[in-house]
Ligand binder design. Structure first.
Ligand code: PEP
Ligand code: MN
Length: 333
């Protein structure tokens, strides 16, 4: 249940009411919003006189549901970049899987600028499946990202791997990426719920849509309303491709949630050869953004080498997206 309290209630009373009634809460403008389990179907009596309105939801997909808020949420990155809302934007995000060196990042940033891409993405804390693989440059990488942001006026998205460096990533990133493996990390989710910066939450590859959107609810219920969902492929019985790109799931998210949706065909496919086709299919679905991994020399990339596009492949693909975006009423940015 989501309960909108009347304005002007004393903060101490609000705190006591939330505790007594087992509600999470946050303040929006001058109004407190309480959220408790969707299994509660009747307004608690103690809240009656404080309540302006309330809504009973059918599952714990609550704040993210169209049932609660029909309009898609608008998420601003700086002044001009808008995901969702009424923008009709499909925003392309690209960059290497990992920040590897100043030079590699600088050339990648130049390719963003050349194509008019406004957001660069690269990881500094990599959630690798082997401890012997490249783990990322850490803070040094964040500083390099800050450098290209200043030099080229790009916005930066980078990933938080675990709660140990969450503060650093929050400080340096314009959009904080929570990776597939971290989707359940409560430390990260709770830290991101307390800030007021956009968060791109990737779907865990073994997670149902219900679990995925409930992870978003952890962030939303702390009052950070700026959550973007990212489908990046799920694990199925198929082994020829790295993951299975769940476009049916994307249709579900568009239909039932009010959160912008970004698609990541690079991690889903796992091989460069399929990425352009999947990117075109993604844009045809009218989604809010696209995340594509690119590298100046994919063959020598320190992570996800097989799936990264070189700049020629990316630029050619990017050109082909324009007419598709137009056909579905979207502005490709
Ligand atoms: C990444 O974005 O480079 C990454 C590690 O992705 P995912 O969390 O989707 O595996
Ligand atoms: Mn990657």
């Amino acid at each position: 249940m989501i309960i909108h309290l009347k304005e002007g209630i004393d903060d101490n009373i609000v705190l006591a009411l939330a505790e007594q009634n087992e509600c999470l809460y946050y303040k929006k403008n001058n109004q407190y919003i309480f959220i408790n389990s969707s299994s509660v179907k009747q307004l608690p009596q103690a809240l009656e006189s404080y309540t302006e309105s309330f809504k009973v939801l059918s599952s714990d997909i609550q704040l993210a549901s169209k049932e609660y808020q029909a309009e898609k949420r608008e998420i601003r990155v700086g002044e001009e970049i808008i995901f969702g809302g009424n923008s009709n934007n499909t925003i392309v995000i690209t960059g290497p899987c990992s920040v590897e060196s100043e030079e590699q990042l600088d050339i990648s940033a130049q390719n963003c600028v050349k194509n008019g891409v406004k957001i660069i993405r690269a990881g500094c804390y990599k959630p690798r499946t082997s401890p012997y693989s490249f783990q990322g440059l850490g803070k040094e990488g964040l500083i390099l990202l800050d450098g290209v942001r200043k030099k080229y006026g790009l916005k930066v998205i980078t990933e938080v791997r675990d709660a140990t460096h969450v503060e650093d990533v929050i400080e340096y990133a314009d959009i904080i990426q929570i990776g597939a493996k971290a989707m359940y990390d409560q430390g990260i989710l709770r830290a991101c719920s307390e800030i007021r910066k956009p968060v791109l939450l990737k779907r865990g590859f073994g997670s149902t849509l219900q679990e995925f959107v409930q992870a978003a609810e952890f962030i939303l219920s702390g009052g950070n309303e700026q959550v973007i969902l990212c489908e990046r492929g799920i694990r199925t019985f198929e082994t020829k491709t790295r993951f299975t790109f769940d476009l049916c799931g994307v249709a579900y998210l568009k239909q039932y949630t009010n959160l912008p949706v970004v698609l990541d065909p690079s991690h889903a496919m796992g091989y460069a050869y399929g990425v352009a086709d999947l990117a075109r299919a993604s844009v045809a679905m009218g989604v809010d953004g696209l995340l594509i991994e690119t590298h100046p020399t994919p063959k020598i990339a320190k992570s996800d080498a097989a799936q990264q596009l070189d700049f020629n492949q990316f630029n050619e693909m990017y050109q082909s997206l324009e007419p598709i975006a137009k056909a579905v009423g979207k502005n490709l940015i």
